[in-house]
Design a protein around this ligand. Sequence first.
Ligand code: SF4
Length: 224
Amino acid sequence: MTDFEPFLVDISTRLKGYRDQGLRVFATSSFQTQSVPLLHILATHAPDVPVVFLNTGYHFPETLQFRRDLASRLDLRVVDAFSPLPRIHQRAADGQLLYLHDPDYCCYLNKVAPLEPVQATHDVWVNGVRATQTENRGRMTEESRTKTGLLRYHPLLRWTSAMVWEYRVRHDLPAHPLDDAGYVSVGCQPCTRQMDPDAAERGGRWFGLKKTECGLHLDGKGPP
Ligand code: SF4
């Protein structure tokens, strides 16, 4: 059994420290099963922190319902962020939707760009990346600065997927409704597929492509 207490003390101390310094804090969440512990911790220790949901318009209906249910159950301040370019205009020259033609640019328009105004008006960004998820995340530290000076805080960086599961079960928190259907990591519907539970945690995202990140966590990577 994991002793979560030291983690929780450290997280609440840091969140309080940011607030005591007058820093403007926000969080992001994709509202999947892995997101639940961080959302619960924020609801418990920093309920005033807004949680930004990048509403790409490509989410599974189950994710949107899960977002509503969790926001209500945990009394979260969830804020939707939308792409500055309407989806109808997100097409390649041949008319194909961008996620088919250029997923990096689609992710830029729907995930990176919508967060830029939020980043510009805050000082600290709390997000739930974990080191075991991708090589890129394995190189991260708990706190780091973006090129624009925003402080990134990754409270769950050293948590394993087993710890995420254990925390959720111990607090009787729900799983994403697609969890049981084999969706280990849930992102946008066109770019997510079911996987064997033993596969890499994010193996079902952008399956068959070299892409492993949407770009949010590749600091400084601007539009292609
Ligand atoms: S995950 Fe897919 S659909 Fe979603 S923004 Fe990225 S490329 Fe577009």
